[in-house]
Design a protein around this ligand. Sequence first.
Ligand SMILES: [Zn+2]
Length: 177
Amino acid sequence: MKAVLLELLRCPTCSGRYRLELDRLVCSYCQAEIPLQSGISLFSDVPPDITPSEKRLRGAGMDTPWRCANTRFLAGEAQRIAGNAIVLDVGSGRGDFSSIFTDQRYLAVEIYPYPEVDVVCDLTKVNPFALGSLDVILLMNVLEHLPDAMDFIQNLSGLLRPGGKILAAVPFLVKIH
Ligand SMILES: [Zn+2]
């Protein structure tokens, strides 16, 4: 588990800090436990009906035009983000954008424990992050999957430090989800 997570994670029940034990996080206040699976903290149950995505090779000439546009957009933004900034990639999938944020402290959140993921959590249902703790939140191709995107953005904005930002992209020319 990345060390910075111990600074950021809070017990969703009581907002207590966690201490790290061998295979779990334990809330220092209410003693609630969060299991760790290969270092990935599991704050929500993995949906049984999910079809895991394959890790795809990415790179010049290998991506769809939409993916290329995503990458260009984030690469431009990354140059304006401080080197020690905490970047939370919400709905990270297989962490395709992680290589853009090698200067920053990149963390991946998903509802499925892919090896590239740091925290398994359905943030529409439970929040394990300290308020005002993040510099950047990525919402790349996520909002179109949510029934109430504006509510979600509102809730996430509370996790940002003053001056923090949300970087989001939503596909336009696709079938209705
Ligand atoms: Zn607690």
